[in-house]
Design a protein around this ligand. Structure first.
Ligand code: SAH
Length: 410
């Protein structure tokens, strides 16, 4: 029979009897907890010796004696000799000190769990009566994987912790193109402040009590101004909430993530950024276009189509060894094309427009600088779309077009 408890050993003496591999394996767990570990053993395995040296631990180089147990809160015995371990355990019993007996099949008054942690949640697995470390580890690993994926209800129920903001880059749309860390932070969040683009499906998987605030632009509604979003993030965190600011792609690529980080820092709110797959790279990829390709394109120039066409963009458009990727560029196409031609880019320069990349409605229009305006108009190209100008957008660069999967190429 067993009761599983959380025991704090910080600053408390833990005696480890035996210097072998089991001691070496378990020692870091006690050290992580901040215990004062003392090792008693006539000889040390290399791994144990190294830990003792690295952490400047006390080593008593002899067999254990009954008195060694005195003053310890916890004893761990792993001498490799069942009789010796049982003797230590017996001494602990007499002196009412909890003891882990690592001998095969033995049961001390305490046992280690197979343990995993995610943020502030700790989960341990063990057997109720018997001893089966392999099974406990397997259960621990399975639960650990779910914790890491954010598949378990990790949200804190008790308020009072400090608030914070996590800026999570959500990638181009599909929930499984969101990072594992981002997914876990979403599972821990009290409030999610979301945009229109990015992994909106994942929001439906969140627990009922999670508040979702949509600040993205939708028909008939306007985007919340950036200053208001900044103020909202700060206000929510000040209420002690765990806030996830979920964005499409990467928060630091035309995501105004930098402004949100600065606003949080200025207000003294802890803030972290989780990178996401930017559409500048992942949307061309969805259409089979590598943004750089040995022998074809040696560089990548990413621009916001709504901004003025800068000299560096003109140079990139004119340079056949550079790929130019334009975000938010559909409305600006005429201006871009005129600028490219003026800069000397040839009419035959390949152009691809990838709409709604990584979604079931993905569509790619392959054309050239000379024809792009007519082709885009004929196809009715709309945002969100990524425009790729450069030799990497040439039809058949990697594979014959029909072999590219998941893309309704027009
Ligand atoms: N932070 C984002 C970009 C935000 S700007 C990122 O790193 O991806 C918004 C622009 O991103 C859109 O106008 C469009 O050009 C592009 N975009 C984002 N998701 C897209 C998608 N799934 N398909 C095509 N373009 C996309």
């Amino acid at each position: 029979m067993t009761i599983m408890m959380g025991i704090s050993l910080t600053g408390r003496r833990v005696l480890m009897v035996g210097g072998g591999a089991v001691t070496a394996r378990r020692l870091p767990r006690f050290l992580d907890e901040g215990a004062e570990v003392v090792v008693v053993a006539p000889a040390l395995a290399a791994a144990t010796r190294e830990l003792i040296l690295r952490h400047d631990l006390e080593w008593i180089p002899r067999e254990a004696r009954a008195d060694d147990v005195q003053g310890a809160w916890m004893v761990h015995t792993a001498t490799g000799d069942r009789r010796a371990d049982d003797e230590v355990a017996g001494e602990c019993e007499r002196r009412r000190v909890l003891c882990v007996n690592a001998s095969d099949g033995a049961h001390g008054t305490a046992r280690m769990t197979a343990q995993t942690r995610s943020g502030d949640v700790v989960v341990g697995a063990m057997s109720h009566d018997g001893v089966d470390p392999g099974r406990a580890a397997a259960v621990r690993d399975a639960v650990g994987a779910q914790l890491r994926d954010g598949r378990l209800p990790l949200r804190a129920r008790r308020a009072g912790g400090p608030g914070r903001v996590d800026l999570v880059g959500g990638g181009p749309g599909p929930a499984d193109l969101l990072t594992v860390r981002g997914r876990r932070l979403l599972a821990e969040a009290d409030v999610v402040v979301a945009d229109r683009l990015g992994p909106t499906d994942v929001l439906r998987e969140l627990e009922g009590g999670v508040e979702v605030i949509d600040v993205g632009k939708r028909p008939g509604r306007h985007t919340m101004p950036q200053e208001q979003i900044n103020a909202l993030l700060v206000a929510l965190a000040r209420e002690g909430k765990r806030v996830v600011r979920l964005k499409g792609g990467d928060a630091f690529v035309y995501g105004r993530g930098g402004e949100e980080v600065a606003a949080c820092l200025a207000a003294g709110i802890p803030v972290e950024v989780v990178p996401g797959l930017t559409s500048a790279v992942s949307v061309p990829q969805a259409a089979g276009i590598p943004v750089t390709h040995r022998g074809t394109s040696a560089g990548l120039h990413v621009v916001n189509g709504q901004a003025e066409v800068s000299p560096s963009t003109l140079a990139a458009l004119a340079d056949e060894t550079v790929t130019t990727v334009v975000l938010m560029g559909v409305a600006a196409l005429p201006r871009l094309v005129a600028a490219a031609r003026e800069a000397g880019a040839p009419d035959e320069r390949p152009v691809a427009i990838v709409e709604r990349g990584h979604t079931p409605e993905q569509r790619t229009t392959r054309t050239t600088l000379g024809r792009v305006l007519a082709d885009a108009a004929a196809a009715g190209v709309r945002n969100p779309a990524v425009i790729v100008v450069g030799e990497v957008a040439r039809v058949g660069l990697l594979l014959a077009e029909p072999a590219l999967t998941g893309d309704a190429t027009s």
